[in-house]
Design a protein around this ligand. Structure first.
Ligand code: HGY
Ligand code: MN
Ligand code: MN
Length: 417
């Protein structure tokens, strides 16, 4: 048993921070803090102030990622990163991403209180725009760090209301003209650890306090558009219609059917627009955004091909124009045992009920995994609910996860990978 200190995170401080961040929301739609929104900018400023109050040196990279640096004993050593995101989905929760940021801040507090100076520099990270937005590719900040963004695409990106992504980035301290400088240097980065809520019900059902993530499922997201013929809903015989919404409806059910046909896959259509969207007009145009997720690269390839075929077959069958394109397809991630080992040992030493667990949700860590070693710890989600205001994790449960995170960082700092 090594002599690394077991530090006890404070549920009360974590509660204060989480409830403080929850106040930065669209007031009429809690909890909504979309990336680049006024609420997001206020929350980012709050985090910067917290970082500075803990003695961290704060910088914002060209992708808008916030990095709070705590110097180590040896500046030549690579950085140990930990953090997550603070933007939410629309009408989302108070814990998704936030737990990883306030947890990282609490680790710094614990180190400060214990007078611990790690060998490696430590960086607390808030990634820009992890959740989807109207211009498509997300996560944004972690993708930029992984060198997975096309700067030209970013410079071209415009929201439906005309706002340019480059301008929004500038508003938060980023710089779309220098995105390449946000890229991580793997030689200067030891690893990244992310504490996150499970967003599923496995841990609560099994009475687990901490989950050590083994793999992260990957989303493949695509856009389908159907163009039929808007017409009078009353005067047009059923045999003479080109109904774009019926075509979309068939594809929605095809996503469900195809996802169900693979053992480890999920599929969803969470976004559907129809035009002109009036009860007495046959829909002339529809646009839907779909995703399928799995930890199996082979199944994802097969499902993508099946979906693409299905979209065009539906269009032909129904006599409407159909168009389908994949926005992006991320790769599933396997967590390296070199990092997992320290997370598992930290669980053992803290003495928590833990188990290995697959992440069905995607995370910033999944994007970084292509360039540096990553690891993830989960804390339970009450009734498995997430991406909704009912999302909940007890502050004591979060504190347990943070205590394990703190020890895992000390282990990685002392023993390396
Ligand atoms: O969609 C996800 O898995 C993540 O919550 N953005
Ligand atoms: Mn999320
Ligand atoms: Mn998240």
């Amino acid at each position: 048993m090594d002599d690394l200190p077991l530090l006890q995170a404070s549920p009360h401080r974590l509660e204060e921070d989480i409830l403080a961040l929850a106040r930065f929301t669209q007031p009429d739609l809690p909890y909504t803090r979309l990336a680049f929104s006024p609420e997001d900018r206020q929350a980012r400023q709050w985090v910067v102030e917290q970082m500075r109050s803990l003695g961290l040196a704060v910088r914002i990279d060209p992708a808008g990622n916030i990095l709070g640096r705590r110097e180590g004993q040896d500046p030549r050593l690579p950085v140990l990163m930990t953090g997550s995101h603070i933007d939410t989905v629309r009408a989302g929760g108070r814990f998704d991403g936030i737990v990883g940021v306030v947890g990282a801040l609490e680790v710094v507090r614990l180190f400060n209180e214990a007078g611990i100076v790690t060998y490696h520099p430590l960086e607390v990270v808030v990634f820009t725009c992890e959740e989807p937005t109207a211009y498509g590719f997300s996560p944004f900040g972690s993708r930029a760090m992984a060198g997975q963004l096309d700067p030209a695409q970013v410079l071209r990106a415009v929201f439906p209301d005309g706002r340019r992504l480059a301008d929004l980035l500038k508003d938060i301290g980023g710089d779309a003209d220098h995105l390449a400088e946000a890229r991580l240097d793997p030689a200067r980065t030891l690893c990244h650890l992310e504490l996150h809520i499970e967003q599923g019900a496995v841990m609560e059902r099994q009475g687990l306090q901490v989950g050590v993530v083994t793999a992260i499922a990957a989303p493949c997201r695509g856009v389908a558009r159907f163009v039929g013929r808007a017409d009078h809903a009353g005067a047009t015989p059923m045999s003479e219609r080109a109904d774009a919404l019926c075509a979309a409806a068939e594809l929605v059910l095809a996503v469900e059917r195809i996802a169900r046909s693979y053992p480890d896959m999920v599929g969803t259509v969470g976004f559907l627009q129809t035009h002109p969207n009036m009860v007495n007009v046959i829909p002339g145009r529809t646009e839907l955004h779909l995703e399928v997720r799995s930890t199996s690269p082979e199944d994802l390839v097969a499902a993508r091909q099946a979906l693409q075929r299905e979209a065009y077959a539906i269009a032909r069958r129904r006599g409407v124009e159909g168009d389908f394109a994949w926005l992006y397809c991320d790769e599933p991630v396997v967590i390296p045992s070199s990092v997992r080992h320290h997370l598992e040992e930290a669980c053992q030493q803290v003495g928590v009920r833990w188990a290995p667990i697959v992440s069905r949700a995607s995370h910033d860590s999944a994007r970084l995994a292509s360039v540096i070693p990553v690891g993830m710890l989960f804390v339970p989600s009450h009734r498995g609910l997430s991406h909704c205001p009912e999302e909940w994790t007890d502050f004591e449960q979060i504190a347990t996860g943070v205590s394990v995170l703190a020890l895992a960082i000390l282990r990685l700092d002392r023993y390396g990978l």
